[in-house]
Write a protein that binds this ligand. Structure first.
Ligand SMILES: [Zn+2]
Length: 302
């Protein structure tokens, strides 16, 4: 099945600037803050550069802010394949349990989307609210969750939280350090910061290069290296408690990826299903080695 260009984030790739004159812009590294970077490649018309100090990959110059926000507000933005929902719910339950183990009782999730984590945390007895201007979050509001349907710069919480959850959020922010500084003010002392974000340090990113699906401007504006993300959190006033790598590669997701190559013949579907199941084994090994597609990090406010 062919997919219209632009409807599947991170797949279409443009050629490098043929003039060879693409230069690093003045945008400092969103992770470590230095201004030294070198050109990497162009994807969807957006030049990417790599920080020479921490190797974080980022879009530079930044796209128009209105375009970034319009991308996030597209009605199908949080659309998820039905087959992946059980994995997402199970992941949300594990994350909620971890937050509560660290002492979280009053949680704010920024970028809550359809609300799997909200559901999981509430089921475990935590008080939780969501902040998300996207229409998808209305489904969570319909299930009785308190949703602040605004951008984070517009938010002023009436009380402090003891946990802030940022699942797949940092990579969308034009200035993650500035946003973390704002959100840190919403937290009480020693509050938990729980987050996940794509990794440019993992094996999939290294092998696939600019074809790594997480490189998807203007949706993703930076992909952190391990060193870069640690530096960002330190600069923002958080101390890392635990750090792991994961890949979101369940059998259904892998089977869909294989199926794209095999087409729609009668034999293709069972072959893709078997290949998907087998493919979860190396994916788990990569995660254990810290080389998965994404980071999952728990930190505390200093
Ligand atoms: Zn850097």
């Amino acid at each position: 099945m062919s997919v219209p260009r632009g409807s599947e984030r991170g797949v279409a790739i443009d050629n490098d600037d043929p003039s060879g004159q693409m230069r690093a812009s003045a945008r400092p590294c969103p992770a470590c803050g230095v201004t030294s970077s070198r050109p990497a490649f162009v994807v969807h018309g957006h030049p990417h550069v790599r920080c020479t100090v921490c190797t974080t990959l980022f879009v530079s110059p930044l796209p128009d802010p209105d375009r970034v926000r319009a991308t996030y507000l597209q009605p199908d933005y949080h659309e998820t394949a039905d087959a992946s929902i059980p994995r997402m719910r199970s992941e949300a339950r594990a994350r909620a349990r971890r937050c509560l183990e660290l002492g979280a009782r009053r949680i704010l999730e920024v970028g809550c989307g359809p609300g799997h984590f909200l559901d999981a945390a509430r089921e475990l007895g935590a008080s939780i609210e969501g902040l998300d201007p996207a229409r998808t979050a209305t489904a969570a509001a319909d299930r009785g969750h308190l949703i602040h349907a605004i951008w984070l710069e517009q938010f002023a919480p009436p009380e402090l939280y003891d946990c802030l959850a940022l699942w797949e959020v940092l990579e969308h922010l034009p200035d993650p350090a500035a946003s973390l500084a704002i959100m840190r003010e919403w937290l009480c002392d020693s509050a938990v910061l729980a987050l996940s974000t794509p990794s440019i340090s993992g094996a999939p990113a290294r092998i696939l290069g600019r074809r790594f699906p997480m490189i998807s401007p203007p949706d993703h504006l930076e992909l952190f290296s391990q060193r870069g993300l640690r530096t960002l959190l330190e600069r923002a006033g958080f101390t890392v408690v635990s750090w792991s790598s994961f890949s979101n590669l369940d059998a259904a997701t892998l089977a869909r990826g294989v199926g794209r190559f095999l087409g729609s013949s009668a034999i293709a579907r069972p072959v893709a299903r078997i290949a998907g199941a087998i493919g979860t084994i190396p994916a788990r090994l990569l995660d254990r080695a810290g080389l998965g597609t994404s980071f999952e990090v728990y930190a505390r406010k200093r």
